[in-house]
Design a protein around this ligand. Sequence first.
Ligand code: SF4
Length: 457
Amino acid sequence: MGQKSAVCESIEPPGSSTSLSSLAKKTFEHPVHEQLSLFTANTSVNPGITASVADKGSDPRVPGKPVNAGTAGFRERFFSAATAVEWNDWMWQMRNRIRSLAELTHFLELSPEEKAVDRSSGISLPMAITPYYLSLFYDRDSCAPLRKSMVPQVFETLYSPAEAQDPLGEEAQSPVEGLVHRYPDRALLLVTTTCSNYCRYCTRSRVVGNSERHALPQIDRWKNALAYIGAHPEIRDVLVSGGDPLLLSDDQLQWLLGNLRKIPHVEMIRIGTKAPMALPQRITPHLVKMLRKYHPLFMSIHATHPDEITPESSEACTRLADAGIPLGSQTVLLAGVNDSAVTMRTLMHKLLTIRVRPYYLYQCDPILGSGHFRTPVHAGIDIINSLRGFTSGYAVPTFVIDAPGGGGKIPVMPEYVLSRENDEVVLRNFNNDRFVYPDEKGRAVACSGTFREGDGI
Ligand code: SF4
């Protein structure tokens, strides 16, 4: 318990408790009533749409800033009043998110399955799409991968008996609010419920975008979680996730990371985020300069489809990699989004070109209303089969099923071992050619002390 006290002593940031509450106010957690905007017209029209065109003359250039051509056209068409500085400011992107279907109709024509959401009930996950992310799919139909992953469809209201609000049993493995302790030496720290964009297949759709669900204020949740980690010396690896932790301010993140680093047994910290893909403007030089103080720090980047790999996301990942942060990807396998071998191979290759190592490919979790996203398990196995041996090993993620009920990630592999018998293992390679490996034969003489000078071999 001594460690717990030490953590509690270090938990107040420099300055008074007032500065702590001001840190809390900087988050983008929005009240629960904003979820309802999914179904109603948002009367406060996006400021980016209505801002005075006269401002355009004062548009400062941002030399050398990479811009995706499609994004540039979108900005010119819908946000021409926004300056380049505004567009490249993540806070501006957050303030100008599209939060309702009614607002979305300014940019695209809704399909029947999207329109039908207005008349349905039962969808609790809010909608939010940054202007940048919308620029990646606004001119595509409702079957387009990124559009399907972000714009709600009426299929979300169809529940099957196998689905659950909390299919991974995180609530049952949460000793304090905002922390999941499932594996012996790791803890999952859920520091916010806010994301820049809400993925329609989100495992935590029961909580994201819903700050009022919490019993305790954010600061108290953080303190309790840090105290828990401090009191559990077996925890050597902390995954900071959410929501998206990179939506916290730099000050808030620094405070969290600094306090985690003060816990002697926390050897490594990981951040799980979609920001480099959905809000690359968030990866500022200031953020990166701060993050690099907390090595060993790893980052798991949620990547969905090759359309996300743009000059903007590439710059964001390069900036992080240049700061020495090892980058891995996490991708959810989604029907009609990325469930083809060609799409997945392209995504993995493109991730490697921006220095992100493919890490996990997840079977979609059976959250409520996820039937239109879930693929049969063999689809994931087939994709791994199509990658292994046919491309660089670095481009092959591990396909996992997060066991319903809280059993953790279980790797699911194509079968390469055909049989084991008579001290031989029969294997197949990627071309389905058969090979025999002598498993036991010859091993006995390898032990030290069994060979004496003069022994014949
Ligand atoms: S970014 Fe992650 S936490 Fe946020 S909605 Fe998407 S899957 Fe959920």
